[in-house]
Each structure stands twice: as structure tokens, then as C-alpha cells.
Design a protein around this ligand. Sequence first.
Ligand code: EPU
Length: 417
Amino acid sequence: MNQFIIRGGRKLKGVIEVRGAKNAALKAFAAALLTNKPVTIKNVPEVEDIKRTIELLRRLGAEIKRLRPGEYQVTAREVNSSVIDPGIAKRLRASISLTAPLLVRKGKIRFPHPGGCVIGERPIDIFLDGYKALGAKVQYKRGLYDINAPKLKGDKLVFHTVSVTGTETMMMAATMAEGTTVLKNCACEPEIESLAEFLNQCGANIKGAGTPYITIEGVKKLRGGTYETIPDRIEAGSLAILAAASNSNLLIKNCNPEHLDSLLSLLRKVGVSIKTNKNSIRIRSSGRLKAVHIKTHEYPGFPTDLQAPFCVLLTQAEGQVLVHETIYEGRLSWTEELKRMGANILNLDPHRIEIKGPTVLKGRNMESPDIRAGMAYLMAALCAKGKSVINNVYQIDRGYEKIEERLQKIGADIKRI
Ligand code: EPU
């Protein structure tokens, strides 16, 4: 098991480049199964969740070639199984996205309840109800879901909750369903619009992606195509927050600042200087930070995936503020360790905490619980006095490509052992 050894307190300086978005690339790999023609996926982050997805696709019979670092070709000429490997599916939530293309190709699927970050209950009723509405039969026996649908038929689906993967998966399922499918109360994340553009390039007929209403006219089949993964807005956002919290001066390149408007406006309120260009963010922090309240929200609101990093910043800022996590009921428990580092945090209920700053954080020995909380511990360790050890680095590697090497280049004292 790898560990990160971090000595905190250094200012960071220089240029750091953002990789492709994990949560966009994962869905592109799933979408590649919808066609029997080759699909090229570019700007893929070389992270553990992508590796697991590639393993899943290979087990289903897809041929996957790594053309160069960050570029893959997926050809699913034949799909020879309708079962999603339970061992792997239990390690990542995104495995649920494969259910749609598999159902389209095979007419039936078997899969376990997906795993992934332990941040709340994470039900899959939106997927099951969606498949039923499109004409499938759903059964659950001995820990496995069985879905049968020799033919999918378009219908109206109204999501009871805004769900990113739910929206993407139903969009994929409907691409080749008979007739028209209307999705209402959709998630509007940039990754969804990007996936729809790619599917349309391959011959699908999807309108409205990026808004709460999506209409899909079913087509007979899809061609191959090329998908360019959009920049990872969560990685870019985490780096911007790190620069602010550590009193640093960073140029974050290869990102799309438009996707981070809600974060950047909050950072300006915190008192950080921010300049944006089309593909980069320059961030300068004087170290004098003013705390602001945050409330997570679906896009274009403040992303739940940046809640943990932002809490670290709030421990370094002046004032007492509320952090309201509205999406997940288990996504604040990671702050127990932040308290042990010296943060002044009051838990109000599973969705709300109060942070009073500034406080001096002290290095500790920690266990990374999930991708984003793991990154938050890493950031806290970089801001802290003394040495920290982060165990279970696999969780951080699930979402960030060789993060220690990239942080070393901007002056961080971090080692992997
Ligand atoms: N929900 C339901 N029923 C469902 C599905 C979701 O009630 O069938 C609820 C969830 O319990 C939650 C809310 O809907 O309260 C929103 O969850 P959503 O479905 O949007 O989350 P997700 O699609 O499973 C993706 C990202 C997460 C990110 C969330 C929110 C992927 C693979 N994962 O998850 O990313 O936190 O959207 O933006 O795209 C991460 O990358 O570390 C990560 C956890």
C-alpha cells in the first residue's frame, strides 16, 4: 500500500496542468460500447477508476488499445457477456453507466449494486425506474439485479432527484430506443453536455443536454467517433483552493474557468486575486482570507466534490461560517480527522457543520476515506505544520493522476513511498 509523506507549510509557485475529467472520460468509455465501430478517447486521465473501467470493458469483450499516454481506442465489435463483473463494479459507482450500453447491445444485463465512495446511501432507483419506463423487466435476487429488455421503447422520464449518472445513463439507453424519450429534471453538469455532443457526433439525436430537459429521438445504430475529454473542473477547482489556502501563486493551465464560475466567485469573496483566460486561471493569495458560507448544489451551483477541499481553506480563513452539504448525507464525516489536525469545527447535523478560523493545523497520520476527502487531507497536510502521513493513497489515485509528481514541481514537499 502506497503512502504519501508530506511536510507542510511551504508556499507553492509555478504552473500546473489539469488532466481530463475522470467523470467525463468514464462515461465516454461506457458510451463506446454502444457502437461496434472504433471509438478514440483522448485526454484521458491515467487514474485508477479508468483502469478498472478498462478491465470491465475487456471482460465484456471490447478490444482496448492504448495509442499513447492519455489516448485509447475502444472497439466493441462483439459484446460477449451481459454480466458486469461484481468484484470490479463494487469498487466504483461509474460501473452503473455500463448498464445502458450493455442493455442496448445484449437485451439483458446482470450487475451488483455499484460501490464507490462511501459518502451517503447512493441508491439506484432512478436507473431501475428509468429502465422500467423504457420497457424493461427488473428483478433483484441474491445481491444481483437482472434487467431484461429485448427492445427499449421511448417514454417520458421525470427524475425525482437531479442525478448526474442517472441523466447520462438514461440518455445513453434512449439513443437507440424506439421513438422519442423525454427526460425531465436532468442534471446540467458540463460532462453531460459533452457526452451528448459525442453521441450526436456518432449519429444519435439528442437535444437539450446541459439543461433540465433532454429529448432523444431513437436512431437505428451509432457510428464510431472521437471523444476529447473536457478538462477536470474538480481537479482545477481543488488546485485553485489549494493555492488560496496555502498563500500561494499558481497558474492553473488546461482548464475551463467557465465551468468553475461558482467557485471562482466565492474565492474572490474570500479575498484571493483571480485572473482567468479561456483555458487558464492565475490565482494569487496574500494569506489574508475571509471566510464565506458554502452550500453545495447541482451544477451550476457549488459542487459537492469541492466541499471537502473548501473546508480546508475555511480552516485558514477569518470568521465563523456554515458549510451545508445538500447532496449527500455522509459527506461531512471526513472532517473528524480535520478536527484532530486542530480545526475548530462544530457538527450541527449530518448535512451541516460550522467552521471557525483561522486555526493552525498540525500534521498527522491519516487514512484517505474517498477520492475528494483524500485530496482534502492532502491539502490540509500541505497547509499544516510538521509531517503528515496519508495512507490508502489508492483512493486519491482513483481520481488524480500522479498528483504527488505534479505538486512537487510547484514546490510541495510530498513523497510517495
Ligand atoms: N440519487 C438517488 N437515486 C438514484 C441516483 C442518485 O436518489 O438512483 C441521489 C443520490 O443519493 C444523491 C443525488 O441523487 O443524493 C445526486 O447523486 P448523483 O446521482 O448525481 O451522483 P452520481 O451520479 O452517482 C456523480 C459523480 C460524483 C459526484 C456526483 C454529484 C460520477 C462517476 N460520479 O455521482 O463524483 O459527487 O455526481 O456531482 O460521475 C467523485 O468523482 O469523487 C464523485 C463522487
